[in-house]
Design a protein around this ligand. Structure first.
Ligand code: UDX
Length: 446
């Protein structure tokens, strides 16, 4: 194993799990020069990867995977054990979904540990990249039952849709563990990235991950609450965001109002933060407030959409016969991920109240895979924004896809039954909407 003084050399690595974190991590580490074997329990997925199919929408991932495979530095195998026996360092990038009580389900981690413990080389290092509750590095150490193997935490800060860029241009790399030599060995893997590397203890590294996501979710809930206030006092949230974001202590990022945050991370991690704190005797009431504002934001959007169509939400099916043209289903633009999408939550509630929804999203306009079909149920899908707007009393923009910022508003107005557009992402120019004879409502834009 390399020491700090040695010249930088590529390492032999394994990555367990080939989701957007695992596949991005494996491919990008290979692009840095390391020799990487990516393993997954799903033989079908591995077969598709071997055939050059990338199962997830991630900008630049095709190219990074293709180049690494062509250079002979990246390969795919089925089963964690097959991929890890020769590795000096093994990255765990398996899911840590949410249990009902908000705690993280570590069963995938435990299954991976059980499989790799017998085959790991003496002196190997296991790296926890999955988002795991504080204290999990110790859990992995105990589960491994190997005194000749070290475990470190190396949380990821990858955003879906920009994971490759985020991996290759990190603001920092965080590594935590009791074995400082192991932590420094893992740190050296990232040396070509020329970024700040923070080496700390495992609990701090695990807490950094949750605190980072909690803070980002808080910023978004804060601006959504400010947007509600702007509507009440007649202010423009875009100007307020510019006025506070220009303060370097606040910053402009993650201050874009919307229908609330979603995805596979913020909802899970914000609840886990509250749960982990409570398990250790602290009531993280601020984080509960951040979650509450986010839940309320969806209700506010439903009220906004109903009001725009001249309806109120009284009675058991108050929106009977109301037609909605929905633009955007994914939890944000740039990804095909529908998990915990605010759009789906809002549209589901509208349908439960009697509305008839027709939706268009660039990622669901074609043939749906089984995951998408499962999540979309019986929702009526259109193949274009204008088709989704046909006979709609109200059109609502729920995901900030670029194509929605330059809609043919005259065609939309001509095909609608009503004349209201609710823009939950503030991506349209209200004056252009009005010029097309439509009524505009955004979020925090009086
Ligand atoms: C997030 C974190 O950003 C990333 O660092 C972590 O590793 C994983 O979780 P991700 O969930 O992929 O990444 O997406 P992100 O871009 O953070 O957006 C999360 C949600 O917040 C989305 O629903 C998005 O629409 C919403 N959002 C984001 C806003 O509503 N306003 C903003 O200004 C930014």
């Amino acid at each position: 194993m390399q020491s700090e003084a040695d010249p930088w050399e590529p390492a032999t690595l394994a990555v367990v799990g080939t989701g957007y974190v695992g596949l991005t991590t494996g491919a990008c580490l290979a692009s840095l020069g390391h020799d990487v074997t990516c393993a997954d329990i799903d033989a079908g997925k591995i077969e598709r990867l071997r055939n050059g199919e990338i199962p997830i929408v991630e900008a630049g991932l095709d190219e990074v995977v293709g180049a690494a495979v062509a250079a002979g530095r990246l390969r795919f195998v089925t089963g964690a054990a097959a991929g890890t026996a020769a590795a000096d360092i093994v990255f765990l990038c398996v899911p840590t979904p949410q249990d009902e009580d908000g705690s993280a389900d570590l069963s995938y981690i435990e299954a991976a540990i059980h499989e790799i413990a017998p085959v790991l080389k003496p002196g190997a290092i296991v790296v926890n990249k999955s988002t795991v509750p504080v204290g999990s590095t110790r859990v992995v150490e105990r589960a491994l039952e190997r005194t000749d193997v070290s475990v470190v935490s190396n949380p990821e800060f990858l955003r879906e849709g920009t994971a490759v860029f985020d991996f290759l241009h990190p603001d920092r790399v965080v590594i935590g563990g009791a074995d400082e030599t192991a932590a420094k060995t893992v740190a050296r893997l990232y040396a070509p990235l020329d970024t700040e590397i923070l080496i700390t203890d495992a609990a701090s590294a695990e807490t950094i991950k949750y605190a980072a996501n909690g803070f980002l979710a808080m910023k978004i809930s804060f601006v959504n609450a400010v947007a509600a206030m702007c509507e009440a006092v007649g202010a423009d949230v875009a100007h307020v965001v510019e006025g506070i974001g220009s303060d370097h202590r606040i910053g402009r990022a993650f201050l874009q109002p919307g229908p609330g945050w979603g995805g596979s991370c913020f909802p899970k991690d914000s609840r886990a933060l509250v749960s982990i704190a409570a398990d250790h005797g602290y009531d993280f009431s601020m984080m509960r407030g951040v979650i509450e504002v986010n839940d309320q934001q969806r209700v506010r959007m439903i009220e906004k959409i109903s009001r725009a169509a001249g309806r109120d939400l009284v009675g058991d099916r108050p929106l009977d016969g109301m037609t909605v043209g929905a633009l955007g289903l994914t939890f944000k633009a740039g990804t095909d991920d529908l998990r915990e999408s605010p759009s789906l939550a809002i549209l589901d509630q509208l349908e439960r109240a009697g509305a008839i929804v027709t939706a268009y999203d660039p990622t669901t306009a074609g043939e749906l895979d089984h995951v998408q079909r499962d999540r979309l149920g019986s929702m009526r899908l259109a193949t274009s924004a204008v088709a989704a707007a046909a006979d709609a009393d109200v059109v609502v923009i729920l995901t900030e896809w670029q194509e929605f910022s330059c809609l043919d508003l005259d065609a939309i107005a001509a095909t609608m039954r009503g004349s209201a557009i609710v823009d939950t992402r503030n991506i349209l120019d209200p004056a252009a909407v009005r010029a097309a004879g439509l009524v505009y409502d955004g979020v925090g834009r009086s």
